[in-house]
Design a protein around this ligand. Sequence first.
Ligand code: SF4
Length: 358
Amino acid sequence: MSNQLSNQLSNQLTDQPNTPHRRWMPDRVLFTAAALEEPWGQQIWQRVKALDLPIEELPHNRLTGLRGQDERETYDIAKCTLAVVNAPASQFQLSPIPPSADWQFHLAQGCPAHCQYCYLAGSLPSPPVIRVYANLPQILANLSQYEMADRPTRFEVSCYTDPLGIEHLTGSLAECIRVFGMRPQGYLRWVSKFDGVDSLLDLPHQGHTHCRVSVNAAPIARSMEGGTASVWARLQALRRLGQAGYPIGLVIAPIMPVVDWPMHYKQLFDQIEAAIDFDCDLTFELISHRFTPGSKQVLQTWYPHSKLEMDETHRTVKRNKFGGIKYVYDKATMDHLRHFFEQQISRRFPSARMLYWT
Ligand code: SF4
């Protein structure tokens, strides 16, 4: 394990919950030849240079030499590496993303955090290097053909990355917010477990960007979300975004019935209530924990000592229309959890909107 990665993880474990988070700094930054030709790639180069990070300019567009001796070492190398590349042509063909939004698009792929239940496990190429896109202006221009003329169209930008966790290195989230502020019917959505929002507070967002933070009960957040900002810091960041006029929201995920879960989730709601104690456009999204055979296999390689419960015999199988399966909690557990969360939200935040439970 590299020194930086080991420091990051031990900082997370010893971090006082009420302190701001240290920004992620990669050990190395790779630029492909094509990325260096892009003006946005040059803008990222300037930022990385100003932070005095080691830059390698590749003479080609392939990322090579990033494998370790085993999968775990490959993971460690990848999580300390930022690669600036051009988004491939396939990313200009958008996919729908219900229930979160109409469409998803990507400004990066991969994330510097170390959540032991990571949603990206199984969907990222291995090694999971953090790839950020140098052709962002083209990505954003492409979105206009998906925007409906007669109704709001929502675009989610956090499906394959945590956009705020890398914002100090890219500026790409701020650029998205600026562009969506000028769109007639285009609305941006993003979610994060980080807290570095300073550069977003004064942007001309025009209410077209919905900012959310993902939070969880203390036993989960403290033991399973390595490299992220504390829940307290995330909530303070959300508070500042709400006070800057952005529509804001909480994504409570992944919800797990851990020991004493009602007490722990009540304490989480206490924290949310303390942080969001002003009138604002507030939403909740509730996502129970689930896993697939593929994500379980990858997560067990990445986090071999994790205590995350992924026992298929304690779960119900859910099939999608393509025949893929995922393991969710049984109906009685789901109903119990859902009832609890709906009650807490309606009692504590009567004017908030609950967007979905899944
Ligand atoms: S913040 Fe999200 S994307 Fe990043 S490691 Fe955690 S779950 Fe995965």
